[in-house]
Design a protein around this ligand. Structure first.
Ligand code: UDP
Length: 494
């Protein structure tokens, strides 16, 4: 066995294994940074393109001596019929390629095992993505406690928990609304708004869901990108379900403080930092609506046009991140050739591709965020204290909408009725009209008392979020508890 002597005695060593999708990779890298800031030595298992795309944000931290490093393994594109360089869901030619992508990730198991075999001492903890089921087998083989990260909040965990155990959705039709039993708030959803586990479209996901459930119950615990004060009753309930082995340690995005870090988070930004800031600086505080729909949604051009028309007719400054997967060219053609760009040029900043979201959101000019309710985006909005316009698309995004609109009262819904499954966008057609967008955006951005109160609540939550992650805050303390739990577990194992 090789002796791993490159660290301080008694320093804990975490092996971190992210999954290839920006919404998973980005917060996992943040999490690795946060762990290292708390004195843990972290090794991130990565692959060539992911390392370039998502890893550069840590360059500066690594140079300054933070104990975090990358271990890069080759990725078997050819073997699994994936395009060269495709290591992430947002790079897939179509959603049918998700399975080969996951199989390619599975093939990393052998290399990871060979690496661990050579380590003495073994890592104290494996922190891996929930969807990388094979990492549970590796953890078991080497008797390393595994902590799961699935990027969801406690509210969603509890929705899934009560749905799984009550099976209440089984006795209702697709569009009939029903109450989720046993939650602190009266949460009503329809079957067609449920997350992938209970509503997987044309895919039969029952077996996958069962395996995910078993894998999670075998793990040491679950780490949550949220903060307790945001969803206290749900955090308490989930803590009870996990027998105190759930740790709310977010908002993770707040581990990046300065603009040069924020602009590097995720992909290479499609807009120059200075150009972006110059435009934002020229707008009045709280006047801009920022519209960005995450990293993997492939919204149909006809649907995006409805959004574009709404942004145009509102006569407010806006930033629109334009992306439509393989149909991006079509929407860009509409923007350029049908006069939209010309008509809105005095008050629009169009970002084609990847936006430096953290940089944009944290600018005082932004007064509202139109979001697809991916949890990272939603929490990033909460962290900077802006109210939101909610347009959920898929996965657990309808639950996040409920949390933002009904529980926290900092969001206004555009009124989407059901999940648009990834890969089935064309079939769904237009689900939200420009009038519906106008109404919701106007409600968030207007001056009335209701909007003012919403803004105040959002601001207050932003303040609490920043306190939670700061020294002595709830997330800071939970991170300390997590590290202590692993230290205790390591001494039990030895
Ligand atoms: N993101 C970004 N720029 C973009 C699109 C997305 O920085 O143009 C980041 C965003 O800040 C968030 C992540 O990508 O951290 C997307 O995760 P989320 O859970 O919001 O949605 P998903 O992409 O998984 O649907």
């Amino acid at each position: 066995m090789a002796l791993d002597d490159s660290h301080e005695p008694n320093q804990l060593h975490f092996l971190v294994i992210p999954m290839g999708s920006p919404g998973h990779y980005i917060p996992t890298i943040d999490l690795a940074k946060l762990l290292a800031q708390h004195g843990v030595r972290v090794t991130i298992i990565t692959t060539p393109v992911n390392a370039l795309r998502f890893g550069s944000i840590l360059d500066q931290a690594i140079r300054s001596g933070l104990p975090v490093s990358f271990l890069e393994f080759p990725f078997p594109y050819k073997e699994f019929g994936l395009p060269e360089g495709c290591e992430s869901v947002d790079d897939l030619p179509n959603m049918g390629s998700v399975r080969p992508l996951m199989q390619a990730y599975g093939s990393l198991q052998k290399q990871v095992e060979q690496y661990i075999e050579k380590l003495n001492p073994r890592p104290n903890c494996m922190l891996s993505d929930a969807f990388l089921l094979w990492t549970g087998d590796v953890a078991k083989k080497f008797r390393i406690p595994r902590i799961i990260f699935d990027g969801m909040n406690c509210f969603t965990q509890m929705c899934n928990h009560v749905l799984y155990h009550s099976k209440v959705y089984e006795s209702v039709s697709e569009s009939e609304s029903f109450v989720l039993p046993g939650l602190p708030d009266r949460i009503e959803l329809t079957r067609s708004q449920l997350s992938f586990a209970f509503n997987s479209g044309s895919i039969d996901a029952k077996d996958l869901h069962e395996r995910l459930y078993i894998s999670e119950s075998e793990a040491f615990g679950v780490v949550i990108n949220s903060f307790e004060e945001l969803e206290q009753e749900y955090a308490d309930a989930y803590q009870e379900v996990k027998k105190d082995k759930a740790w709310c340690i977010g908002p993770l995005s707040l581990c990046h403080k300065d603009a040069s870090e924020k602009v590097q988070r995720g992909n290479k930004s499609s807009i120059n930092k200075h150009e972006c800031l110059k435009w934002l600086d020229s707008q009045e505080n709280g006047s801009v609506i920022y519209a960005c729909l995450g990293s993997i949604s492939r919204i149909e051009p006809a649907q995006l046009i409805e959004l574009g028309l709404a942004l145009e007719s509102l006569k407010r400054p806006f930033i629109w991140v334009v992306r439509a997967g393989h149909k991006t060219e079509k929407i860009e053609k509409w923007i350029d050739e049908e006069g939209f760009k010309e008509r809105t040029k005095d008050r629009a900043l169009l970002i084609r591709g990847w936006a430096p979201q953290l940089l944009v959101l944290s600018h005082p000019a932004v007064g509202g965020f139109l979001t697809h309710c991916g949890w990272n985006s939603a929490l990033e909005g909460i962290s900077v204290g802006v109210p939101m316009v909610t347009w959920p698309q898929f996965q657990e995004q309808f639950y996040n909408e409920k949390l933002l609109v009904q529980v926290l009262k900092i969001g206004v819904s555009v009124g989407a009725k059901k999940v648009v499954h990834l890969g089935e966008e064309e079939k769904s057609g237009v689900v939200v009209t420009s009038e519906e967008f106008i109404k919701a955006i106007d409600t968030v951005m207007s001056d009335g008392k209701e909007s003012e109160d919403r803004r105040k609540r959002a601001k207050e939550l932003g303040k609490i979020a920043n306190e939670a992650i700061g020294e002595g805050g709830s997330s800071y303390r939970n991170m300390t508890r997590l590290i202590q739990d692993i230290r205790d577990q390591s001494s039990t194992n030895n």
